[in-house]
Design a protein around this ligand. Structure first.
Ligand SMILES: Cc1cc2nc3c(=O)[nH]c(=O)nc-3n(C[C@H](O)[C@H](O)[C@H](O)COP(=O)(O)OP(=O)(O)OC[C@H]3O[C@@H](n4cnc5c(N)ncnc54)[C@H](O)[C@@H]3O)c2cc1C
Length: 400
């Protein structure tokens, strides 16, 4: 059967599939324990992924990776995304992937040497520290964390939470207000903050839907009290945090959606297999029309998500920010992800809630998708506003 992806991308995907089957799926339960043995096992698998030439497919070779663009990465993620930990195995995990992207685009030579190189090499991890508990994360003009110039240093004070992966990370990409009097979208600056700087405290990993996590899988509360870093740690220009956040969150969002494609397809396959196997009321579940509706709806929605992902990826590869396409994909795919996993759980009955299948863990992780990197409502707002503005300007809307 012909595929939507070019043959060379499919060839690479086959190699990822083989690696997943040999090394990732058989170890999922052990990795999921998140103990010392799991950490050792992960390091071993990361070494094997490097040796197999499968390392860091999200960034190009000049940034230390093996990437060939967004469409290529979308294709690979139909495999990588199927297992929650696989992104870590292949060195392309959030939030490091997005942070690497902005360091590559905006970092000075010194910053690239100090922060980007070890990050892409997998020697260290990072975190993205933007959201704050006291104000709405949907509207970053409200953020309060302050950085004040003192000689050739920034002095930072602030309170963040949901800094994913902060436990054990080497540095933060921090959003701080540096000019409160500027127009709202020029107030913030991105600053690279080594985690061992005095005054940085990872207060606690916040339990999320009953899961506290460890290291990479945490979502942490972090405080910054009188933290001093050199002005040379400014990422991009002063006042450019919003522009950089857009650059970071665009790719970050589409990376998430790509992984969700893998998660949806895995849930879909589990649903279809079980529907054919499980008998009730004189026949397999597959004969019941409700189940058939779930299969048909899921197939249509998954394919729609794949096409939306490919459309956005192609446009980004061609140099567009694809703001509307990425937002469309983000809110639509987040809902489909939750719906498909939920249907698969329902088809499995009580078994769907146990750890005998990956579905329960997938469902817990999927819920956050409708909130992180901007809640559904904000992405709908972005899409609608841009389309309506285009109509007001007399241009209508070209789907492209
Ligand atoms: C698992 C997870 C990981 C995360 N990782 C990170 C991270 O690494 N770094 C980081 O900085 N942040 C991270 N976040 C935070 C995330 O980006 C924010 O939660 C998100 O931006 C929403 O901000 P908020 O939680 O303050 O919700 P609020 O902004 O307070 O919004 C609350 C609700 O209001 C509604 N709403 C908001 N605006 C509108 C609107 N215009 N119209 C209609 N309804 C609206 C939405 O339903 C929204 O869910 C993470 C969150 C989760 C769940």
């Amino acid at each position: 059967m012909t595929s939507l992806f070019p043959p060379e991308h499919l060839e690479a995907r086959t190699r990822y599939r083989a690696f997943m089957e040999e090394h990732v799926y058989p170890n999922e339960t052990a990795i999921g324990r998140e103990d010392d043995d799991a950490a050792t096992l992960l390091e071993d698998l990361r070494g094997r992924a490097r040796a197999a030439g499968l390392w860091a497919p999200h960034v190009p070779p000049e940034a230390g990776g093996t990437g060939l663009g967004f469409l290529y990465y979308a294709c690979l993620n139909e495999e990588i995304g199927r297992s929650a930990f696989a992104q870590l195995v292949f060195g392309c995990q959030a939030p490091d992937a997005g942070n690497a992207e902005i360091l590559h685009l905006f970092g000075t030579d010194e910053q690239k040497d100090r922060f980007l190189r070890p990050l892409v090499a997998g020697e260290v991890r990072s975190f993205f520290s933007m959201t704050e508990p006291e104000v709405s994360g949907s509207d970053p003009t409200l953020l309060r964390t302050r950085a004040v110039r003192d000689g050739d240093e920034w002095v930072i004070d602030g309170h963040k939470w949901f800094s994913s992966g902060a436990e054990g990370a080497a540095f933060a990409v921090l959003f701080a207000v540096t000019d409160p009097d500027a127009e709202p979208h020029r107030r913030g600056t991105m600053i690279l903050v080594p985690a061992d700087t005095p005054g940085v405290e990872v207060v606690r990993p916040i339990p999320v839907m009953g899961h506290t996590g460890r290291g990479w899988s945490t979502h942490c509360e972090v405080t910054y009290a009188g933290v001093r870093v050199p002005l040379a740690n400014t990422l991009g220009g002063e006042g450019e945090a919003f522009a950089i956040a857009q650059k970071r969150l665009g790719p970050g969002r589409i990376h998430h959606a790509m992984r969700w494609l893998g998660q949806m397809q895995r849930a879909f396959e589990l649903m279809c297999r079980y529907a054919n196997e499980r008998e009730t009321f004189g026949g397999p579940l597959a004969d019941k029309q409700t189940v058939q509706n779930w299969v048909a709806d899921s197939a249509a929605e998954i394919q729609a998500c794949r096409l939306l992902t490919m459309d956005a990826a192609r446009k980004i590869d061609e140099g567009s920010e694809a703001r509307v396409e990425v937002s469309l994909l983000k809110f639509y795919a987040a809902r489909v992800l939750g719906d498909v996993i939920d249907r698969a759980i329902q088809v499995h009955g009580a078994r769907g809630l146990t750890d005998e299948t990956p579905l329960a863990a997938m469902a817990a992780m999927a819920r956050g998708a409708r909130i992180y990197d901007g809640p559904d409502e904000v992405h709908r707002m972005v899409v609608a506003r841009r389309i309506l503005r285009s109509f007001r300007d007399g241009d209508g809307w070209a789907f492209g």
